[in-house]
Write a protein that binds this ligand. Sequence first.
Ligand SMILES: [Zn+2]
Length: 494
Amino acid sequence: MIAYDDVLARYEPVLGIETHVELGTASKMFCGCATVFGAEPNTQTCPVCLGLPGSLPVMNGTAVEYAARIGLALHCDIASWCRFARKNYFYPDMPKDFQISQYDEPLCTNGFLDVEVDGTTYRIGIERVHMEEDTGKSLHVGGPAGRIHGATHSLVDYNRAGIPLVEIVTRPITGTGAAAPVVAKAYVSELRDTLRALGVSEVRMERGNLRCDVNTSLMPRGGTAWGTRTETKNVNSLRSVERAVRFEMHRQAELLDAGGRVHQETRHFHEDTGGTTPGRSKEEATDYRYFPEPDLVPLAPDAGWVERLRADLPEAPAERRARIAQRLGASDRDMRAMANAGVVDLVGATVEAGASPDDARNWWLGYLAQQANADGIDAGDLAISPAQVARVIELAAELSTGLARQVVDGVLASGQEPDAVVAEQGLAKVTDDDTLGTAVDAVIADQPDVAAKIRAGKLAAAGALVGAVMKATRGQADARAVHRLILERLGVEQ
Ligand SMILES: [Zn+2]
């Protein structure tokens, strides 16, 4: 494969990212149906979202408010008057065969979002934020990997049909060079944090609350005309965004180097291989025959209402991180580590609950991150609160780190408070010399070669025996007392 440096020596990447966000409203965009995730198929439907003749849509006010707040957080202009349009198409999972969307009159336009990568700030232009309804979901049965090819039949679930969506479209992203894949990932990450702070969506990528299509093209260095772009669809994790861009940069560079041309098409990203494969050709523009939706009144947000929304915006994630960094006294490097692990807020809240910044950071980046990793979830989804972590940190000072970890395990497994776990499991530090002495003797007998080294003056070897005693006592021994006892038993002067 062509080296990444060679790709960059000859080409400049140009990206564009379209993000669909499912809004977290209680009801759908144009009807009163519920939007609960994971409900029995086709239990959250009505004549409107099934597209039955004669049914009429009614706009969801909360969805409009959420869309406007997203636009304001992304520094967009909010239209004072705009309309919805019908996008006509054959949708097996949208039986009225058109989607109500916004076309040439989006609610929000002309914004930006700043993202920081390794100390450099990239301003990502936002072309538009518009509203639309989601389609239903097709399930292809009997074929490989749930694909339509080779399937014996398909099932449709209309629970998702009509869920409010917001589509956020960037302007072409240029000038990122080698950082392009990382900037793409950082943009989606910052956008996700912004949406989460606004409270407008659950933004769980694995549930499809946030779905990205990533456009990639290469422009020859020194050239002025942009290359042909491909659109990689439904890239469903932050890591995949970065991989998809990198893969397309390599693939297109190889193609262009060989004198070929990039086809304008959609491509599918594959999590397992990290590659993309061709989908639908986009060489000819599809004509969706948009026209204004006659069943809905135009949307005309009141200027005063927009200003009230603007005044009520939450603190932006970047500002919040800066504030927390200052309070924690954390270095840029520490902040980056915490941001990458998604624990900035958690560390901040743990400090607010009384822990020291260093302890809070070490626990969230250490043992808690390991537990989250083992479960394949975000640290923020662990069943332990910052206040509970603060209490565990207090207990660690009284008990030991090993015991404190057992308290965390207990909280995660039982949902109990840390003190209840301590009481129930009888977790207490063992300090009396008689009990510890027995454990120390057993370990010395078990590892005579280590004992001999210590007798010969290699005091550092005592650590191995301390560790063995800690393990034998399930972390309950007082490590300092154990260390003293080992040296005493082996007759080493302290
Ligand atoms: Zn409905």
